[in-house]
Design a protein around this ligand. Structure first.
Ligand code: ACO
Length: 331
């Protein structure tokens, strides 16, 4: 089984992170935590925080402009915009529609995709399928989060983990033999309540009382999510490799969701990947959910760490619970 009938791949990437840095030392003054605990348990040293007035659509637009420039396309060339996010500007319109207006991508369809930290990989797979089906030529995929606005800054279990940022990619047809080769995506809704924001949707609309109870913030059963992540990360990559008809030792580069270095190392061990093949920027940004792989991919590309012909795997896991991975030959 092959993933696509025609070669489809990423032809340009971009990213944007806000300037403001919140260090572990800063957090020590806010909650009962320590730099040593955070680094030892997560690998995170600092994270970026979007200032008031800068929203998901703003950061997404900046990342998208850079991806378009790298792809040597204009906004008018884009047929569809998919924004993966759990912290969009508002319920309606979608953040993708706001980005479409900001860019002037007047020919593009636009919608948001909800799969939390797996959202960017879900969106890349969705974009590739549209192009493969002949519906669109160029699809702009963006992962963006302003998690600082849904984090309870008094809860040390969660506030040390997350950060803000955006990453984008232009997906299009590519040279034969390159692009997406294998994928895996899935969900286990029975574990949904392990990582949730209870109030803010229509089940529990946000009220003053619910805000005061902290129900509009991220609630996480860290150990359950940890177990799920360790179990899932290696497995999903192996499935995508199988579809790509590729052996683990043929992989040149792995970009995992940046949530926790212990989770990343356990996935890398399972895949027998040496450290030099695994991209980690988690210490600088924390967990930026749907933006994490998108930012990491852009940084790897701009640092020249990915070369044409390299076999790349990306893999995400997150709320839902969801997971997704993609294997591609970099073009
Ligand atoms: N500083 C100091 N102590 C802390 C902190 C903190 N920031 N947070 C928790 N602790 C304490 C706990 O209260 C607990 O204390 P106790 O033993 O006295 O009760 C102790 O540290 C150990 O807590 P654990 O939860 O067992 O710590 P663990 O080793 O599991 O690490 C962590 C916690 C880092 C959250 C880990 O479970 C993890 O990474 N889980 C996965 C989280 C994840 O990836 N989430 C994102 C998914 S992506 C998405 O969709 C958004």
């Amino acid at each position: 089984m092959t993933m696509l009938n025609k070669p489809v791949g990423i032809i340009g990437t971009g990213s944007y992170v806000p300037e403001k840095v919140l260090t572990n030392a800063d957090l020590e003054t806010m909650v009962d935590t320590s730099d040593a605990w955070i680094q030892e348990r997560t690998g995170i040293k600092e994270r970026r925080i979007a200032p008031e007035g800068v929203n998901a659509s703003d950061m997404a637009t900046e990342a998208a402009k850079k991806a378009l420039e790298a792809a040597k396309l204009t906004a008018e060339d884009i047929d569809c915009i998919i924004v993966a996010t759990l912290t969009g500007d508002m319920a309606i319109p979608s953040t993708a529609c706001l980005v479409q207006a900001n860019l002037g991508a007047t020919k593009a369809a636009a919608f948001d995709l909800s799969a939390a930290c797996s959202g960017y990989v879900y969106s890349l797979i969705t974009a590739s399928s549209y192009i493969n089906a002949g519906l669109f030529k160029n699809v702009l995929v963006i992962g963006v989060e302003v998690l600082s606005r849904v984090v309870n800054w008094e809860d040390r279990n969660t506030c040390v983990l997350f950060g803000d940022g955006a990453g984008a990619a232009v997906v299009s047809t590519v040279e034969a033999g390159y692009g997406m080769l294998g994928m895996d995506m899935g969900a286990d809704g029975s574990g949904g309540m392990h990582l949730c924001i209870p109030s803010g949707g229509t089940a529990l609309p946000p009220t003053t009382e619910r805000r005061e109870e902290g129900l509009t913030f991220i609630h996480m059963n860290g150990q359950e999510v940890y177990k799920f992540a360790v179990k899932t990360m290696g497995k999903t990559v192996l499935k995508a490799l199988e579809m790509a008809n590729m052996k683990v030792d043929e992989l040149d580069f792995f970009i995992p969701h940046q949530a926790n270095t212990r989770i990343i190392k356990s996935a890398a061990d399972r895949l027998h990947l040496t450290e030099d093949k695994v991209f980690i920027n988690l210490p600088k940004y924390g967990n930026t959910s749907a933006a994490s792989i998108a930012i990491a991919l852009d940084e790897a590309v701009r640092a020249g760490q990915l070369q044409k012909g390299d076999n790349l795997a990306v893999a995400g896991f997150g709320a839902g619970l969801t997971w997704a991975s993609l294997v591609m030959k970099w073009c």
